[in-house]
Write a protein that binds this ligand. Sequence first.
Ligand SMILES: [Zn+2]
Ligand SMILES: [Zn+2]
Length: 514
Amino acid sequence: MHWAEVIAEDLAKNCERPLIATGISPTGIIHVGSLREAITGESVRSAVEALGKEVRLIYLIDSFDPLRKRYDFLPEEYEKYVGMPISRIPCPCGKHRNYAHHFVQPFLDAVRSLEVNCEVIWTHELYERGAFAQCIDKTFTKRKEVIDILHEVTGKEADENYAPYNPLCQRCGRFTRPLFDTYKYPTVEYECSCGYHGICDVRSGEGKLTWRLEWPAKWVIFGTSAEPFGKDHAAAGGSYDSGKRIVTEIYGGKAPYPIPYEFVQLKGVGQMHKSLGCPVTGLDAIMMTPPEVLNYLFLRVLPSRCIDYDSGMGILDIADEYDRMEVKYFQKEWQDSEDNSVRAYVLAQHNHIPEKLPLQVPYRHLVSIVQMASNYKEVMDILSRNVDFSGATDEDIRRLQRRCDCVRYWLNGFAPDAVKFSVLQSLPPFMEISMNEKVFFQALVRRMNDCSWTADEINSILSQVAKDSPLGQKAAYKALYKIIIGKEAGPRLGFFLSSLDKKFVINRLVQASS
Ligand SMILES: [Zn+2]
Ligand SMILES: [Zn+2]
């Protein structure tokens, strides 16, 4: 059984209406690791659903967190917002409701394309409608116990002045410390470092629990049954450990089934976002990896295993692997060692498994074709020379189009130069072409004139003619790349040439050999 199915069985057995919580802190750039969390949550949700249980997945956005510092990608004027909740800071581009929306909305839109079936919840709205009030009340009335728990769990010295809840100063808009003695539900007074003395109402978004207290409070509010979270929270003495005790001893609730996950490492990164201090963001990963492949990438290993996200050639490898598992699934034939990968393929469909093997166009071929075409219609024209679309479904076409969009995004910022090329519209006037090369091209023209224009046929002609040429195969192929794309290497020739117009190729060979 796949790990998501193991967790799902546990939840289905032990919870009446399982609820899975995932979340994100949108204080700055959204990392690829956030995708792992969303996909892990969705895979468990759909596995519970497959067992016939009603189940919810919520996506909690920590929109009431303070801005911790002015990041390099923020304009200087943002210095003045440090310490304020990000739901109350203006958006940097002027098009979003606030700072939190600015960073998380594009990501949320993109996550939809992964068919993550979640309800989005903004933490600042929970505070504003008083959802935390009962828990906040308990942190004041049982503050001594809270301090003891934190001391015991973290091993750090007990801090008698610890404030589990921070009022938001009405004058300067920053979080500040409460005057504990003045607490009487639902209000507490505070004296801010800005000099302001005020009263805050814990039911109305005028203050916030600290992270170690807020997390378990969310478990109580939603009755969370399971939650994936980064392994840093899972460390001994970390916030899951303290949360477990606080939820039972202070709030009177239950801790969720923990799904700690390892971080995602970036490999082969591009040059795109140096200014952000982050070469590949979560949004980039969604834009350049087909959604079904991205789901598969995160589901094929245990959450406790580190994942390398390779934004270079690795994307092509994983897309090929996905397509291979898809074929195996539909042919109902695979090795025992591939069990887990085939299950991961199934789970990546979120309970919408196609009825038959979808149309597959090798991802590597798309990388070439997208570079030969200037728009999607041209892509389809080129593909139809080699691919039979007669049985293609609407979903097949949608998937193909999405894959082309991903390839284009990848080529624009992340693909290694070695795979990039463009077809020379005419032969450069001073290109050096040797006598042997000319003879090779002439021989090709004679054989190609009346061949059928398929990858297989072209391949067999190429290898025969190149073998007979004094150039040798390697130099012969190099010569072909030279006159067509002006490089020494390129996409696989058989498929590549068959994707070009036959007349165009023959004309080029004739020109180059004259
Ligand atoms: Zn904006
Ligand atoms: Zn203040």
